[in-house]
Design a protein around this ligand. Structure first.
Ligand code: ZN
Length: 159
C-alpha cells in the first residue's frame, strides 16, 4: 500500500473555458494551460503517479508536445490509470481539496466525482472531493487562479 500527494495551480484568464474535474463550468474566465488546464485532474494525476513512484504529469504529458494541446485531462487521467494498472497497482481511494474563490463549485461536485470514477474504473464512493474558498486572502482569494491538492492511496493488485 502506498500514498501519494499532488498539487497544482493554474492562472484564471479571460477567453478560456473553465474545466474542473472534467466538467465545463460557465464562468467569465478559464484556466490557462497547454491542455484544458483542469487543475483538479492534474493534482489527482500527480497524486497517483507519486504514489506509484512514477514522477509527475509533466514527465508523461510534456507541454512542449503538440499532441496534448487542448486535450481533455480526463484522457490524461485515464492514461495514468492504465499506467498504474500495468504496474499492478489499483486505486484504493482519492481525496481532493479544490481551492477556488469563485465560481461556486458545490453544484458540480457529484459530476466531477463521477468523471474521475469513470476514468479510473472506480466506484464514486472511493473519491472524496471538497471545495473551499481562500477567504479572500492572497492571489487565489483575489481570483487570480485556482489551486488543488489531492492525496491518493494505491494498493497492490491481487495476482
Ligand atoms: Zn496543471
Amino acid at each position: 500500500m502506498r500514498i501519494g500527494i499532488g498539487y497544482d495551480i493554474h492562472r484564471l484568464v479571460a477567453g478560456r473555458d473553465l474545466v474542473l474535474g472534467g466538467v465545463g463550468i460557465s464562468h467569465e474566465k478559464g484556466l490557462l494551460g497547454h491542455s484544458d488546464a483542469d487543475v483538479l485532474l492534474h493534482a489527482v494525476c500527480d497524486a497517483l503517479l507519486g504514489a506509484a513512484g512514477l514522477g509527475d504529469i509533466g514527465h508523461y504529458f510534456p507541454d512542449s508536445d503538440l499532441r496534448y494541446k487542448g486535450i481533455s485531462s480526463l484522457l490524461l487521467l485515464e492514461r495514468v490509470g492504465e499506467t498504474l494498472s500495468a504496474g499492478s497497482w489499483q486505486v484504493g481511494n482519492i481525496d481532493i481539496v479544490l481551492i477556488a474563490e469563485r465560481p461556486r463549485i458545490a453544484p458540480y461536485i457529484d459530476e466531477m466525482k463521477a468523471n474521475i470514477a469513470r476514468a479510473l474504473g472506480l466506484p464514486p464512493s472511493r473519491i472524496g472531493l471538497k471545495a473551499t474558498t481562500n477567504e479572500g486572502l492572497g492571489s487565489i482569494g483575489s481570483g487570480e487562479g485556482i489551486a488543488c491538492y489531492a492525496v491518493a492511496l494505491i494498493v497492490e493488485q491481487e495476482k
